[in-house]
Ligand binder design. Structure first.
Ligand code: ISL
Length: 519
């Protein structure tokens, strides 16, 4: 089936941590543009950039003040256009991040709403409600902890599923809908190839604002998410059907990817029906433990649900919101070995994949950042302070032997300090080492491009010993991932194409994956 997005490998760039050209210690668009050659050489098909819009940066730019202009921290509007042009010249597509669930509290609409006061038409673009006495209108909780409501000086409360500086828009309001369709056209007209939709499952709220009926420490999810008052409500699909029509105005190649944290693959599949969004991140795979039965179940359930609606799967191991997978998989050598095997598994599965910057260097979560430098909101839940997400957002090490490792060339240090131990993990050091993580990524991505069996399509499980995942893809491709305790064999006619680690006399050691040719 046609469509570049059905099997694309997309690389997530967390803009402020990718590369700095301005010498201020913060990554920017010109820094990214200068490094696009690295991404083309890596062998990805597209780049997804986190929000670069004007923002007070309370939530790293996911608090958007103006969706149509570039924040001075990241550059100028001309830098965005130059980035898109240069990416296209190198054969890379560009996916931008759009944040429709909320705006910054500095957005002109929210300022107008605060100024105009209760009952005004300006307030109707957000969710303003009277409280219950001195208490919020209901018991909804913010994802960042605490009540999902903050009181305006005049006594009304407004809803925010994230930080108080991120008021939720009311998607029943026609101007909200029209403005977002217009801004999609704005960026498509500037040449972007795709849009990642932030919190795609959160846009609509039950107009009755019913209590969830939970104690105030936990966000409890009712078993049937379709009836949740603000997550994954059926009405969001109508919005995305109209967005699909907007994308189609620009031809068949402009696409969407939904960030939808839903509990079941069949709920995810609803976002990627033929007249809706093209793809959606599959977070079940990201959340899955390093366990053969669990992984197999996630893979089967995902493919069954998505193939039923004709959509490709989109696999992802890490992003800017979660602990890096080297660390999740056990850290150290073990975590790295598993991350290498997980890459070969992910890239051999039917569909597309998303990589997060730095995973190709094998970076682990940075867990000892000095408290005073942390920028991400932290929050209390169940009496404990939840760590922010800074540990997966530390600026990339490019070259040299000490921080800032070529990330910035000015006098200012990188906005988050890089561990000294990253000297062996710079892109420069790894490019010279055929056994490096970077070399594995380059080789695997190049093979995936060439091999007719890889990308979108189907897979067939093969019989395998306990702890081992083994499958084939037509024509002539096989993959074995050993998640067991002892070594396992390969099929008799297997010709090894790529292994995630050294083999043991032709056998596959634990935590190792192998791609092989068959037939
Ligand atoms: O991080 C999560 C799970 O680990 C999610 O709860 C996530 O915060 C949420 O799904 C939405 O994330 C997106 O929108 C947030 C922003 O903070 C995240 O960085 C972004 O990816 C609010 O805009």
């Amino acid at each position: 089936m046609d469509g570049w997005w059905r099997d694309a490998v997309v690389y997530e760039v967390y803009v402020r941590s990718f590369a700095d050209s301005g010498g201020d210690g913060t990554g920017d668009l010109a820094g990214l543009r200068a490094r696009l050659g690295y991404l083309a050489e890596l062998g990805v098909d597209a780049v997804w950039t986190t929000p670069w819009y004007r923002s007070p940066m309370v939530d790293g730019g996911y608090d958007v003040e103006d969706h149509r202009s570039v924040d001075p921290l990241f550059g100028t509007d001309a830098d965005a256009v130059a980035l898109i042009t240069e990416a296209h010249r190198l054969g890379l597509r560009v996916v931008i991040d759009v944040v429709p669930n909320h705006t910054s509290d500095r957005h002109r609409w929210f300022r107008a709403a605060l100024a105009a006061g209760p009952g005004s038409p300006e307030r109707a673009r957000y969710h303003f409600r009277p409280g219950r006495g001195d208490r919020p209108p209901n018991d909804w909780r913010s994802v960042f902890g605490g009540p999902a409501w903050t009181r305006a000086p005049d006594g009304e409360w407004y809803l925010h599923l994230f930080a108080p500086e991120q008021p939720d828009l009311d998607w029943e309001h026609p101007e909200v809908r029209a403005d977002f369709e217009d801004l999609l056209r704005f960026w498509f007209a500037r040449g972007v190839d795709g849009v990642r939709i932030d919190v795609a499952h959160g846009l609509l709220k039950d107009p009755e604002y019913p209590d969830l009926g939970v104690d105030d420490e936990e966000i409890v999810r009712p078993p049937d998410r379709s009836r949740h008052p603000h997550w994954d409500r059926d009405g969001v699909h109508e919005i995305y059907r109209s967005w699909r029509r907007v994308a189609a105005e620009f031809g068949p190649d402009r696409v969407f990817v939904a960030e939808a944290w839903v509990d079941r693959p069949d709920r995810l599949a609803r976002y990627v029906r033929p007249d809706e969004l093209h793809t959606a991140f599959n977070f079940d795979f990201l959340r899955c433990a390093w366990d053969p039965a669990a992984l197999r179940e996630v893979i089967d359930r995902t493919l069954a649900a998505l193939h039923a609606v004709g959509a490709p799967a989109t696999w992802v191991l890490s992003n800017h919101d979660v602990v890096r997978h080297v660390t999740r998989f056990g850290g150290g050598r073990l975590g790295t070995r598993r991350a290498r095997a997980a890459l070969l598994l992910m890239l051999a599965l039917p569909g597309g994949a998303y990589l997060y910057q730095g995973e190709e260097l094998g970076l682990a979560e940075v867990e000892d950042l000095p408290e005073e430098l942390l920028a991400d909101p932290t929050w209390e839940r169940s009496g404990r302070t939840r760590r922010g997400r800074d540990g997966c957002r530390v600026p990339l090490p490019w070259s040299g032997t000490e921080p800032p490792f070529g990330f910035t060339d000015g006098g200012a240090p990188a906005w988050l300090p890089q561990p000294a131990g990253w000297r062996t993990l710079t892109a420069e050091a790894q490019a010279a080492d055929p056994a490096s993580m970077l070399a594995l990524y380059r080789t695997a991505l190049a093979l995936r491009r060439e091999h007719p069996a890889l990308g979108d399509g189907t897979m067939t499980w093969s019989p395998a010993p306990e702890g081992v995942l083994s499958f084939t893809r037509e024509p002539g491709f096989g993959c074995v991932v050993n998640l067991g305790d002892g070594p396992c064999g390969l099929p008799g006619d297997a010709r090894v194409v790529l292994a995630s680690g050294p083999l043991d006399g032709g056998r596959v050691p634990p935590d190792t994956a192998v791609w092989f040719g068959v037939g």
